[in-house]
Write a protein that binds this ligand. Sequence first.
Ligand code: KIV
Ligand code: ZN
Length: 514
Amino acid sequence: MSDQLIIFDTTLRDGEQSPGASMTKDEKVRIAKILEKMRVDVIEAGFPIASPGDFESVQAVANVIKDSTVCGLARALDKDISRAGEALKNANSARIHTFIATSPIHMREKLRMSPDQVVEQAVKAVKQARQYTDNVEFSPEDAGRSELDFLCRILEAVIDAGATTLNIPDTVGYNVPEQFGNLIRNLRERIPNSDKAIFSVHCHNDLGLAVANSLSAVLNGARQVECTINGLGERAGNASLEEVVMAVKTRKDIFPCETKIDTTQIVPASRLVSSITGFAVQPNKAIVGANAFAHESGIHQDGVLKSRETYEIMRAEDVGWSANRMVLGKHSGRNAFRTRMQELGVTFNSEAELNNAFAAFKNLADKKHEIYDEDLQALVTETGQEAVNEVIKLVSLNVCSQTGETPNANVTLKVEGKEKSAQASGGGPVDAAFRAIEAICHSDTELQLYSVNAITSGTDAQGEVTVRLEKGGRFVNGQGADTDIVIASAKAYINALNKIITPSERSHPQLGDV
Ligand code: KIV
Ligand code: ZN
């Protein structure tokens, strides 16, 4: 019997710490649902003390997720832990993850605390967390640059205090695989009560070694890996879930453990996270990149046609790459639509939400004969709950673009119920449309990112546009989809504007007043 490797996904917490990747509550719930469908063991839903929005998101995820454990992050502080406990109150299975830095540089420069004080605070935090749940994880932040003797001392103390998972973070991505694996083995061997807790790892990718370090730790006894979809995360990101899971599955001969992950959900989850955050997946990215299973060279193609195993170590369908499937069309009814959406893990909170999405579907079906799963996913992104509360709405857009002429756009918006129109010219049709919108909204934002993706193949495919706007250091992403990419762009821009006018205060989890 091989051990279980626990998959702890932190896309909604560390992943959200990628600059520009902030997600709304509804978006987090959608991602949490696909993670649950994928059979992720633990979903770290956020950092409840960071902001009221973070608190509500963790609470919302805790309310809907039934099969995965829902986790909230907390510094080793009373106020953080009680906030996390409160946010997780309704979870079927709740975990509190508390952390304090243990490296000499962090203790001296950031915390300005002595090692004795750090141990005392860690123990107190774990005991307090145990009052809310018996599932408590402790992380010595910057463990990868901490002294081994001190790590042994603090970890032994927190196990005695009730920690059930010990997570060893390589916070700054400084370690290399052999060294990190040895660290895990040494900790397990030297801490007298180490058998009372599960060892976990949390590796950052600053040197491109996050997955290699995590796997080396697994070979040395770690039985939980913290990771994110598409490797999203602070700076260069975290270990990518899809790579860790597929390495363990593909190399059963090397790894003495297995995960419970339904790997066919990997590509759909990757797409969802990419479309919500606006972080495109590079084509050559392992497992989820568009080229991951594409063979260009004639020799390779010939080999694969004769026997797939000649050049493929995994099957594309096992990670969720499937041929585009036509699922619905112009004549499909509301029930067929609702049923297919349910199969895709999308449930509607109200009849109004369903009606909204169904109207958008009918509209699309008029323009596009074959509607694929990917088109349906894009509809949800666009007609999600925030769209219902939108302050700015697109009424009409008319863009004129022809060779030798400056493109010109006329736009009519409904702003808080009042129709307003403006026209503008620009360097291209999209630029003209954005300028016309700005002539009405005067948002004082800066465009940080504009990306277009074809959702499916064919010239009648919908273009899915992501727009990232920045205002006063705050970043938001907006999405829009349409068979006309200028209209998709305008929708994405307006979606971002609607988000940026919603106030939000969010502090960075690893900063602050510990
Ligand atoms: O990178 C890190 O150290 C973290 C901790 C909070 C686990 O994200
Ligand atoms: Zn981290």
